[in-house]
Write a protein that binds this ligand. Structure first.
Ligand SMILES: O=C(O)CCC(=O)C(=O)O
Length: 303
């Protein structure tokens, strides 16, 4: 959870999504490659450096409920307490913080399996770093990916994970950014709350699959973008058919009209986009749903 002080002014910025490939069983290799890709992304596109770099869900370990406890790291971050990265027990936190500091860019560190020693539970957790390398925000996936589509895909994150119980955003000098992870996108409440708390952009590291990816990956991002008149972006791992989980890829950025600004294919790539606040302001002015809500008709969602 983050402070509800007024949101920063929304300014133009450059966003880079790393559709990371080659995530395998060796965590040190995964971290090394993710770091190299952050440095590559920070070199920018035609000399335009990004302000914010995003990694995908579960970037330091294979994806699957059996892997989470094996790869889990203690992070120990709390939004209401100062956090010292130098004494963090998490090697992933240290790498992400160093990479943010070295490049001078905001980093949304995808997600990693987290173990919280205070309750001895495991979470799917996203951490966020300022350009000074400070860990400023954290989001634990709220809605666990438990689905069963016979003959296609059965997945049960709740076998080993616990869902987080907070909504989260962070403030930069260019936008207020709301956080979610993958399956969270299916629950409009999370992004609706973030938008009503002043978020301009939603970033959801994610890893849809070859069944639900073609069905819903783009549709859900467009829906959440249009519902809330915000920019919406999900960053996926690259597809690896030799891995246990086949990610859909297709990382993308959608504007507040629902227009897809950029979309990857399935392989490893870095997507660079310029985010211009104008479509957000134009959409809200021209189709003013954000001021036309009838909370008298649905008071249970008015808080
Ligand atoms: O919602 C879906 O279809 C996929 C979700 C997912 O892969 C995840 O939460 O990791």
């Amino acid at each position: 959870m983050s402070s509800l002080a007024s949101a920063p002014a929304f300014k133009p910025f450059n966003l880079a999504l790393i559709q990371l490939g080659g995530v395998g069983p060796n965590k040190s290799e995964n971290l090394k490659h993710a770091r190299e890709m952050i440095l590559n992304a920070a070199n920018g596109n035609s000399g335009v450096k990004p302000d914010l770099i995003v990694l995908p869900e579960c970037f330091n370990s294979p994806y699957g409920h059996a892997h989470f406890p094996v790869y889990a790291e203690t992070i120990g971050f709390r939004h209401d307490k100062p956090y010292d990265v130098a004494s963090s027990p998490s090697e992933s936190v240290k790498m992400l913080s160093d990479a943010a500091k070295e490049t001078g860019v905001w980093v949304v560190g995808g997600s990693i399996p987290e173990r919280d020693p205070s309750d001895d539970k495991f979470y799917n957790t996203c951490t966020v770093y300022s350009p000074q390398g400070k860990l400023v925000a954290m989001h634990r996936k709220v809605h666990l990916f438990d689905i069963d589509i016979p003959g296609k895909i059965t997945f049960k994150e709740s076998e080993t994970l616990t869902g987080g119980n907070t909504t989260n955003f962070f403030d930069t000098d260019f936008a207020r950014v709301g956080l979610g992870i993958c399956y969270d996108v299916r629950f409009p409440e999370l992004s609706m709350i973030a938008a009503r708390q002043g978020c301009h952009v939603m970033i959801y590291p994610g890893a849809f699959n070859l069944t639900t990816g073609p069905m819903h990956w783009k549709l859900l991002q467009q829906a959440r973008a249009v519902d809330n008149q915000v920019f919406f972006s999900m960053c996926s791992p690259a597809r690896d058919m030799s891995a246990g989980y086949h990610a859909w890829g297709h990382s993308m950025v959608v504007d507040p009209y629902g227009t897809v600004l950029v979309e990857a294919e399935e392989g490893e790539t870095i997507l660079h986009t310029h985010i211009d606040p104008k479509p957000l302001h134009d959409a809200r002015q021209g189709i003013p749903v954000t001021t036309q809500r009838r909370f008298d008709v649905y008071p249970d969602v008015s808080k």
